[in-house]
Design a protein around this ligand. Structure first.
Ligand SMILES: NC(=O)c1ccc[n+]([C@@H]2O[C@H](COP(=O)([O-])OP(=O)(O)OC[C@H]3O[C@@H](n4cnc5c(N)ncnc54)[C@H](OP(=O)(O)O)[C@@H]3O)[C@@H](O)[C@H]2O)c1
Length: 262
């Protein structure tokens, strides 16, 4: 049987790693990428030992480097031929007053969360369109449902992901290529430590595991393949609906009060 290939960015940790494990268990052959070589090598080894599948890693791929998406797409074409499932997952955030955060990190965030995701989607689409089949999954966030003071750049990048994904879903819906936006809520990964979020938001957000987020995502994709936006967890879905009913100025104030640094 011909191998079906999926490429996962940010595959060596958290949600990306959970995608790698879940897809390997479903028989997908995998192309994995991230910067930390050690973690990527460990995961590749663990997957090939556990599942009868092919796993290749593109190492030290910094998606903040504008050259990376093209190199990654070329490597994927050489290694696998046709990539049928693109998981645009790599991303990071920052926390604090915007003007106090290091400028280069904020710009890097836009490069990784927005620019690289856009270019990778662009580069992996043509073979999918040619064959009339393929899936592009973009990892957004509940943070993208509204502006979030003190996570100002991050929330804006995730709003982009949601809007970009929904519009692309419409464009491609009759071309055999599915586009999904996964918008998780608070999930227990290294994300918060890396974003230097010292504490959880004050409201009692349930904490999901990366495995539960990915399981819910894959379940929704199977059950409702024609729906673009996937929001795991009923409180997150409620939040999604609420922010559409309340004036944006109030939503920003509420979000600001919740996320204000102490
Ligand atoms: N955790 C949450 O609560 C939550 C909620 C909503 C959405 N999300 C989104 O979920 C996605 C995955 O995050 P996570 O929670 O799983 O966090 P994580 O455990 O920190 O994983 C982030 C992944 O992105 C990779 N990455 C970061 N910067 C990169 C760069 N410059 N170039 C290439 N790869 C890079 C990291 O690998 P290297 O550092 O080795 O490169 C890592 O594999 C992100 O898009 C995040 O915004 C997370």
């Amino acid at each position: 049987m011909e191998a079906r290939w999926a490429l996962i960015t940010g595959a060596n940790s958290g949600i990306g790693e959970a995608f790698a494990r879940a897809l390997a268990a479903r028989g997908w052959s995998l192309l994995l990428t991230a910067r930390d070589e050690g973690r990527l090598a460990d995961l590749t080894r663990a997957l090939t030992q556990t599942y009868p599948t092919q796993v290749f890693a593109y190492r030290s791929a910094d998606l903040a480097d504008p050259a990376t998406p093209l190199h990654l797409a070329e490597w994927a074409a050489q290694t696998a031929g046709f990539v049928e499932f693109l998981v645009n997952n790599a991303g990071f955030g920052s926390f604090g007053p915007f003007y106090e955060l290091p400028a280069d990190r904020e710009v890097e965030m836009v490069r990784v969360n927005v620019e690289a995701l856009t270019e990778l989607t662009y580069r992996f689409l043509p073979p999918m369109l040619e064959r009339g089949r393929g899936t592009v999954l973009l990892v957004g966030s509940v943070a993208g449902f509204q502006p979030v003071p003190y996570m100002t750049t991050y929330a804006a990048t995730k709003t982009y992901v949601e809007r970009f994904g929904l519009a692309l879903w419409y464009e491609l819906r009759r071309r055999g290529v599915r586009v999904y936006v996964l918008a998780p809520g608070y999930t227990a990964t290294r994300f918060h430590e890396r974003a230097r979020m010292s504490r959880r938001p004050p409201f009692r957000t349930p904490v999901a595991t990366p495995e539960s987020v990915v399981a819910e995502c894959l379940r929704q994709m199977e059950r409702r393949p024609d729906r673009c936006l996937i929001v795991p967890g009923w409180t997150n879905r409620l939040m999604y609906r609420l922010v559409r009913w309340v004036p944006l100025s109030l939503v920003v104030r509420a979000a600001g009060a919740m996320y204000r640094s102490r």
